[in-house]
Design a protein around this ligand. Structure first.
Ligand code: SAM
Length: 384
């Protein structure tokens, strides 16, 4: 894929610029193109950094989960939920497989066979993801002298429904996906009137009942998620879940916990004043997104009762560097574009995200924080 991208870009530049460039500038161009093509797309760079920040706990949890699979040759089943279509998901799985093999080699010499399930919504670009799989499998085979068996399957569907047979998985991960709720909370209308006007999710400017509705939806969804996964995991199986979160436990505290979305609310108001979009359309738009606190996650895990908490950590990514607004806006666009298009139409996207980048720049120049909090929790399925 990388090679195709390099070649296609080269071909494009050669066709258009050939008459104007000498050989030195041509080689500079090739060099910069190569560097560009080797970088992950902007929208995935932040996620990759998030994944790297929780890699240690992911690997130790995977090793714990798979150390007890004693049948020879054992099959180890792992799944990534909300895998998207980029290389991040395979980066995680690759490291998990390596860590499990290393531990197995120390213990029993025989390497396990791996069944890898990649889950996302049916609208996900599974074709792009699958095109990365042969190289991924080859690489692992080469590292283990061909003695390893890795099978990869896509599982389209919502993680708020059953995805796998009972007691069939040993280890699951989900990165930067579980903040998405199954739906926008019900009850955001009062006698037909939207009650969260001017905001796109629960924010400091929302009436208190908005935060309550979002919290109730989160409780319902997360409880369902834990219950379903507990049916699918073997006893002693583990999950590492990392999602956007809040630093403050109080949902009614008037602090701006998620500036990226605050900037999106502001950009939508600007679009109204520029007559790009109707005010009523903006007033009725809300994202199905909830950023829980560590305390809320802990409470839900205890209440559901199928898991014990091995580890929990809150991490703040401040992203305070010059080009951050541009890159963060691209990340935000990748994550929200389909929902925005669905509600407002495609035409709004370009101008909206141009404004969004500008708003984020203004915030950065004013010294405002434009980062977010990420919460990671490692869970172990307890005996019934
Ligand atoms: C920000 S991306 C994270 C991608 C990847 N895990 C990473 O860390 O690079 C969030 C992903 O969650 C997926 N997602 C959201 N809700 C989902 C659901 N209910 N079931 C499965 N996937 C979901 C989205 O389609 C999207 O691909």
């Amino acid at each position: 894929m990388l090679t195709t991208r390099v070649l296609r870009s080269l071909q494009y530049f050669c066709n258009y610029f050939e008459p104007h460039i000498n050989s030195i500038s041509f080689f500079c161009l090739v060099f910069f193109l190569f560097v560009y093509c080797c970088m992950p797309p902007f929208s995935q760079m932040f996620q990759k950094e998030v994944i790297e920040s929780v890699m240690d706990i992911t690997l130790s949890s995977a090793v714990e989960a798979c150390a007890d699979v004693e049948t020879v040759p054992a099959t180890v089943s792992v799944a990534d939920l909300g895998c998207c279509s980029g290389p991040n998901t395979l980066f995680v799985v690759e490291n998990v497989i390596r860590a499990v093999c290393e531990r197995r080699r120390e213990a029993v010499r025989q390497l396990p066979e791996f069944m890898v399930f990649l889950n996302d919504l049916p609208s996900n670009d599974f074709n792009t993801l699958f095109s990365l799989v042969p190289e991924f499998v080859q690489k692992l085979k080469a590292e283990h002298d061909g003695r390893i068996m890795v099978s990869v399957a896509g599982v389209p569907g919502s993680f708020y429904g059953r995805l796998f047979p009972s007691s069939s998985l040993h280890f699951m991960t989900s990165f930067t996906s579980l903040q998405w709720l199954s739906q926008v909370p019900a009850g955001l209308l009062n006698k037909g009137e939207p009650i969260n006007k001017g905001n796109v999710y629960m924010s400091p400017a929302s009436p208190p009942s908005v935060a309550t509705r979002y919290f109730e939806q989160f409780q319902e969804d997360f409880n369902m998620f834990l219950r379903l996964r507990s049916q699918e995991l073997v006893v002693g199986g583990r999950m590492v879940l990392s999602m956007l979160g809040r630093r403050s436990h109080d949902i009614h505290k008037k602090i701006n916990e998620f500036p990226l979305f605050e900037a999106l609310s502001k950009s939508l108001s600007i679009s109204v004043s520029e007559k790009l979009v109707a005010e009523e359309k903006v007033a009725s738009f809300n994202f199905p997104l909830y950023t829980p606190s560590t305390q809320e996650l802990e409470d839900q895990v205890y209440r559901e009762g199928s898991f014990t908490i091995d580890y929990m950590k809150q991490y703040y990514h401040d992203w305070m560097f010059e080009n951050a607004p541009n890159m963060l806006s691209k990340t935000c666009r990748a994550a929200t574009e389909s929902l925005i298009c669905h509600h407002f139409g495609e035409e709004i996207i370009e101008p909206l995200f141009k404004t969004h980048t500008r708003v984020l720049y203004e915030r950065l120049v004013e010294g405002e924080d434009i980062g977010w909090c990420q919460i990671t929790v490692a869970l172990c399925k307890s005996a019934a």
